[in-house]
Design a protein around this ligand. Structure first.
Ligand SMILES: *Cc1c(COP(=O)(O)O)cnc(C)c1O
Length: 391
């Protein structure tokens, strides 16, 4: 099949929910991928923060293939090794007590919302079910996680939305205080708002928020679907802030390219979900978990996360003085570039023509390169981007 045949079939049969770039990709290794005409691209997207080890990492592919021919799936009615080992390494890495596995970020956030509401119901009964989230957040596409998302344009068409969500301004502790009434059982935050434009929360705000929540027995939930699993140069972004949320969700980068979501539960929430309270057919699928175990192993190698953290300074050094750049935000390998005149979509298109794939987030260019990208590929990608941003 050639690219135009592929595009034709896709346009005819796949639901039109995505505005795709005019590019069909066929294969990849490391941080480089190849289209149907044999043109190569440096990948600064990781499939939106998913391919943390890049394309088709050897050890990851071997673990996944090995598991696919040993035991592909059996359901949560039985014990399986990859899921148990993954839960153990997640808890040992983060200090959390228990893990619930699902398949996506939205599903992980649904699990967190259920756990938070159940915690409150068990202890205080009805009427304490509100979840406070932040304006400009993004928490997923299910009806409930759309409610959790603090952006008005996501609250259309699909009525009725799940009730009992309210929204406070990010980095405005007075607004949070005003909204923390007796109906609130949890506050859910992204430490760096991803889809909202790579907007980090202030450290003081997060610390005060954590203290307020602890004082009122309100659970703090960190949606680390994008920031987690090493993306910012710590395993969890909350480590940069010196806070320990009661619940943390992970997804995107955890599986290294296979669908997985995880809800990490701390002391308060570890046992609120009992038999039959929650579940997921594909949760802890052995193949996905086998891949995630390789991701965990590689991330925990000495120096790995420090290298990820240091990439941010490299980006600043390469791009800060470009004619089009008005600011750079983020942490580690989660990077937002604010522009002066150009539209982020135009920049992404120009980069693509020049052999570099980048993302956008609102009006910013967003970079989520594979965590394992080589120095050579990283420098080459940055030089393509710098040239586009100097035009
Ligand atoms: C991507 C994302 C989600 C949704 O994840 P899906 O796997 O698409 O359901 C939720 N929260 C944040 C912060 C995300 O970046």
């Amino acid at each position: 099949m050639n690219a135009s045949e592929l595009k034709k079939i896709d346009r005819q049969y796949v639901a039109g929910t995505y505005a795709r770039f005019d590019l069909a990709l066929k294969s990849g290794t490391g941080a480089s991928c190849c289209d149907y005409e044999g043109k190569t691209y440096i990948d600064f997207t990781s499939g939106i923060g998913v391919n943390s080890l890049g394309f088709c990492d050897n050890q990851w592919a071997a673990a996944v293939a090995g598991q696919a021919s040993a035991l592909n799936h059996i359901s949560n009615l039985y014990y399986t090794e990859p899921g148990a080992l993954l839960a153990k390494s997640l808890c040992e890495t983060t200090g959390y007590q228990k893990v619930f596995f699902g398949n996506s970020g939205a599903e992980a956030n649904e699990g967190a919302i259920k756990a938070a509401r159940k915690y409150s119901f068990d202890k205080y009964g009805e009427g304490r079910s509100t979840i406070l989230t932040l304006v400009n957040s993004f928490h997923g596409r299910t009806v409930t996680t759309l409610s959790a998302t603090g952006q008005e344009h996501f609250h259309q068409f699909f009525f009725p939305f799940t009730g009992d969500f309210s929204y406070a301004l990010a980095n405005d502790i007075a607004d949070v205080k005003a909204k923390l009434d007796s109906s609130v059982c949890a506050v859910m935050i992204e430490l760096i708002q991803g889809e909202g434009g790579v907007v980090p929360l202030d450290e003081d705000f997060v610390k005060e928020l954590a203290a307020l929540c602890a004082e009122k027995d309100i659970l703090l939930v960190a949606d680390e679907v994008q920031t987690g699993a090493g993306r910012t140069g710590k395993f969890l972004a909350s480590e940069w802030y010196g806070v320990r949320p009661d619940i943390t969700t992970l997804a995107k980068g955890l599986g290294g390219g296979l669908p997985i979501g995880a809800v990490l539960l701390d002391e308060k929430a570890e046992s609120v979900l009992g038999f039959g309270d929650h579940g997921s057919t594909f949760g802890a699928n052995p193949i996905c978990c086998a891949g995630a175990n390789v991701v965990m192993e590689k991330i925990s190698q000495p120096g790995f996360l420090a290298k990820v953290a240091s990439r941010f300074e490299e980006v600043e050094a390469a791009l800060s003085s470009c004619a089009e750049v008005s600011g750079i935000t983020g942490k580690g390998m989660m990077i937002g570039i604010a522009l002066k005149q150009k539209k982020s979509g135009e920049v992404a298109k120009a980069c693509m023509e020049n052999g570099l794939l980048v993302l956008t987030a609102k009006e910013k260019v967003r970079l989520l390169p594979p965590l394992t990208i080589s120095d050579g590929e990283f420098e080459k990608g940055l030089s393509i981007l710098a040239a586009v941003l100097n035009q």
